[in-house]
Design a protein around this ligand. Structure first.
Ligand code: BYC
Length: 480
């Protein structure tokens, strides 16, 4: 075995030399049955014996890391894969800038690092739990397969964090690894740690929005952790990012296909007013204003995952060299930020104003700003489809103050343009911005399974190309 190829001989595929690390191997083998129990209880409901055309990581070589084959999900080879070690890697930021990256955890940063790893780890099974019932209403076998691919890889990302806990954190790491299997998304007594991961993902438009917006938070946070001075965390996150790209592809193309189908149906029926919701719904497609409301919901819930705009936790993690900025290496500054400032939107006397804040404390805000830029790229692609169909409507991300539960704006009610509303106005206008009960019922009425190979539900266009270049009628899931 070398670092690029993966050892598949044991119970746990890996490229971290588990075969010669008896202690960690045994700890992971002890954790494994609990994981499988969790997967069977909380993973995709009703499809555990179906054969799914999945990709499995067989290498960490960017040129050819995955193979595709039919697999029953409980037999998926969840493995531990780290990107290759970079010879002589140095810490790129914070107080330890220029020092050799750590292969072991410095004692003084142990608690901080454990918290970051546990939070990251907690989101992975949470998303599988949130998506547990979606298979039953899949609009095609292609989409069903993509859902399951995302699910098994989130499971693998849990393994990635659990490996770090078991290898580097001793008894408390083992306890945290157990607790990751105990918490449940949305459970009032044992919820998942971050808000957005306790929300429901009730329908496929939500799934596409979640994989577009929330998995993109995953990308940003993993990019920031991939900068870590703790080398095993950096290497783990670098490989996770390879898989994450597909999840965001599922989200971006999923929403594109919904938008496309709506526009096509409107054109065929000669409807030019996108706000004539009743008429558009008669066509059995999702009207553009409702798609906008779903985007408002998922974008705002995801912004909460960046934490408070001003955060000592974020400052400490950066200063310690544990969590960097998005693409730290491309930034042109001292990478220590002791003296600099960064513009932060604050709520002052009921008004939203920009304020220069110490750059170190504003790191959550900065990552969130980078995230918003990234989000807008896909939104403009959705809008291109609408434009090409000659419809006068543009999807727009709401203001960052809209519908917030964490940070500066959780104390106010802002509309999608950032105007501060009174509580009464907010209550009255809420369903102008967010899906109403009626919108939800309508979407739910469309969620009828379409499981015939090569067929798609009427509210979504087929994809441009198949997975692994498979032809249109390919049977991505053999349902059993
Ligand atoms: N919900 O100083 P602050 C992914 C807490 S997604 C509940 O601003 P910090 C994925 C906070 O814990 C990426 N509580 O916090 C996507 C703190 O509490 P304590 C997941 C929240 O640390 C799709 C207090 O408020 N990875 O991978 O600067 C599918 C003070 O807050 C929330 C990570 O997040 C919230 N939203 O920022 C599958 C990376 N926000 O400790 C997977 C690791 C804040 O004082 N985590 N609080 O009791 C971090 O970097 C940071 O912990 C956070 C929060 C960005 C989450």
């Amino acid at each position: 075995m070398n670092i690029v190829n993966v050892d598949y001989d044991g119970l746990i595929p890996n490229n971290v030399g588990l075969g010669t690390d008896e202690r960690v191997k045994r700890a992971l083998e002890r954790w494994h049955p609990g994981y499988i129990d969790w997967w069977n209880d909380m993973g995709p409901d009703g499809f555990q014996s179906s054969l799914v055309y999945l990709r499995t990581a067989v290498s960490v070589d960017p040129k050819g890391w995955a193979k595709f084959d039919y697999v029953k999900m409980p037999d998926y080879r969840w493995g531990i894969l780290l990107a290759p070690q970079q010879e002589g890697r140095k810490i790129a930021f914070g107080a330890h800038k220029g020092e050799a990256a750590w292969q072991e955890i410095p004692g003084e940063y142990r608690a901080m690092l454990r918290r970051l790893i546990v939070i990251q780890g907690d989101t992975e099974p949470a998303s599988v739990e949130q998506q547990r019932y979606l298979g039953k209403t899949a609009p095609s076998l292609y989409d069903m397969r993509n859902l399951f691919q995302v699910n098994v890889e989130e499971g693998r990302h849990l393994w990635a964090m659990v490996y770090l806990l078991q290898k580097y954190f001793g008894t408390d790491g083992r306890e945290e690894a157990e607790a990751l299997l105990q918490r449940r998304s949305g459970d009032p007594d044992t919820p998942r740690m971050l808000g957005a991961f306790n929300e429901k993902t009730p329908d496929w438009l939500s799934f596409f929005m979640f994989t577009y917006f929330t998995d993109r938070d995953g990308k940003m946070q993993l990019e920031a952790l991939a900068q870590s001075g703790f080398d095993p965390l950096s290497r783990t996150c670098r490989f996770m990012l390879t898989e994450e790209a597909h999840h965001m592809f599922v989200g971006e193309t999923g929403v594109t296909r919904v938008v496309q189908r709506t526009c096509e149906a409107m054109k065929e029926a000669g409807i030019s007013d996108p706000y004539d919701v009743a008429k558009v719904r008669k066509l059995g497609v999702i009207d553009l204003p409702t798609i906008q409301k779903k985007a408002n919901l998922h974008f705002s819930l995801t912004l909460d995952l960046f934490g408070n705009e001003i955060s000592t936790n974020a400052a400490n993690a950066f200063h310690a060299g544990l969590k960097g900025r998005f693409r730290e290496e491309r930034l042109q500054d001292d990478h220590q930020l002791e003296g600099g400032t960064y513009p932060v939107l604050r709520l002052k006397d009921g008004k939203i104003e920009k304020e220069e804040s110490p750059a170190l404390s504003a790191l959550n805000m900065r990552l969130r700003d980078d995230y918003v830029v990234d989000c807008n790229l896909g939104v403009s692609r959705w809008n291109k489809v609408i434009e090409q169909n000659g419809i006068d409507f543009r999807i727009k991300l709401p203001h960052v103050a809209f519908h917030r539960h964490i940070g500066e704006f959780s104390r106010t009610n802002a509309d999608v343009d950032g105007n501060v509303l009174s509580p009464a106005e907010w209550t009255q206008r809420r369903t102008d911005f967010l899906p109403s009960a009626e919108d939800k019922d309508y979407i739910e009425s469309l969620m009828q399974p379409q499981w015939e190979a090569g067929k798609f539900a009427g509210w979504i266009a087929p994809p441009k190309v198949g997975i692994d270049n498979k032809p249109g009628e390919f049977e991505y899931v053999k349902i059993a």
